[in-house]
Design a protein around this ligand. Sequence first.
Ligand code: ATP
Length: 337
Amino acid sequence: MKIESVKMYKIAIVPGDGIGKEVMEATLEVLDGLNLDLKYEYGEAGDEYFEKNGVAILDETIDLIKNSDACLFGAVGETAADVIVKLRQELDLFVNLRPIKSYPGTNSLFKDLDFVIVRENTEGIYVGQEEYTKDGAIAKRIITKEASERICNFAFKYAKDNNKKKVTAVHKANVLKKTDGLFKKVFYEVANKYPNIETEDYYVDAMAMYLLTKPQTFDVIVTTNLFGDILSDEGAGLVGGLGLIPSGNIGENNALFEPVHGSAPDIAGKGLANPTAMLLSAVMMLNYLNEVKNADLLADSIFNVLKEGKSLTLDMGGNSSTMEMANEIKNKLLERL
Ligand code: ATP
């Protein structure tokens, strides 16, 4: 019998607050069923950590993530800006990748969606450079050629590697002539290197409508920070809500995967949280680590449980707990191993 050698990965685990802890526990239980050697190192961050220690995340935790192959992150509450925005900047996680996919058994508005939003994660309006003026306040929106180039390069390479036909740029270059004018120009410069991939660009307001009227026509959408943030949540709404949507924050050297939802204090501690978004974030992590077979097996097991519709959490109309749904997904993958 051929024994496949298994590579060891060091994974930083940051469960965070509220349902972050619950969906993380459920996800680690499922990952335990795969043929993988994952060495977990735990870090603390978030509201609870802040209440006890006066800081939301320690430099040691940031270093732990820096020195790992990838990070799985649950969710934090009010301290999100001090934790996740800080991590994105300190680790230079310049891509925020959000797959928007319809799954069976969910209350997705469309049955056939499968696109990704590639959001620039480090600049734009989120540089946080605001100041009061005599008349009110102003915020800087910074767009650089370098950051625009690397996000557009990522989007086109992602399209090529994943057999996607088209990349759509979203901007507001008719009004923001200098900043978004630059983003649009760089987009088409990068596009020249990928003659086999179709391109198009839309103003963000039109795009907000097209995501509702013709979402099936999109493959890869690339855009600046705030527009990406807004369109990503619109995308989540298209396919059935927050409990289902994973995300990846990816840089040159590090990557952090997290569900799009927050700590959901209203349902925390009750075993009601849907683990799907966290589990799909783990699928993204496995693909990032090039563990494609394991990623596909986990994705198929999640898909099958959603399709069967017997072990779903309350938000999806079921009556299973977080752990019951996770265990059913684990059973499905053990059947296939
Ligand atoms: P935070 O302050 O941490 O952002 P929040 O409650 O404002 O928390 P979310 O955590 O994103 O924001 O949750 C918004 C709503 O969606 C809540 O009512 C929550 O119950 C629901 N929700 C979020 N995630 C899930 C999940 N995984 N399973 C079920 N319901 C969820």
